[in-house]
Write a protein that binds this ligand. Structure first.
Ligand code: THU
Length: 134
């Protein structure tokens, strides 16, 4: 699985976004250490705070299937699915990533239908994050 393939899967996942309130589509594709990919989309709710972001949908799908070892996530999104520019993950999603992922976990912000991306590590996007000893 190449980075661009993962970005294309994130772009495809935007099709499933349930966004009757914002029209802002987000897709995510999460790569596990054993090569599986879990995709996710944002799922909005009439009670706005109950909305689930695409990244968390993908992570929660994977964890609920017994996966906890992740290498990278590709994210793509925009108004009406226009992914001309990058769609960085919100703070809650960064915190959820930090629960399961190492500081070198890769976050790929896909653009232009998965033809290019900006790459970051979790440490770059969530420096000095909150952790509790397990
Ligand atoms: N959204 C995501 O899916 N992921 C993010 O990291 C940021 C925001 C969604 C939530 C909502 O459905 C829409 O984008 C607009 O905020």
């Amino acid at each position: 699985m190449t980075d661009l393939e993962l970005c294309r899967l994130a772009h495809k996942a935007m099709e499933k976004a349930y966004v009757p309130y914002s029209g802002f589509r987000v897709g995510a594709a999460l790569l596990t250490a054993n090569g599986k990919v879990y995709t996710g989309c944002n799922i909005e709710n009439a009670s706005y705070g109950a909305t689930n972001c695409a990244e968390r949908t993908a992570i929660f799908k994977a964890v609920s299937e017994g996966e906890r070892d992740f290498l990278a996530i590709a994210i793509t999104g925009g108004q009406d699915g226009d992914d001309t520019s990058a769609c960085p993950p919100c703070g809650i999603c960064r915190q959820v990533m930090s629960e399961f992922c190492d500081k070198d976990f890769r976050i790929l912000l896909g653009k232009e239908h998965g033809t290019s991306y900006d790459a970051y590590t979790l440490e770059q996007l969530l420096p000095a994050g909150f952790v509790l000893e397990k």
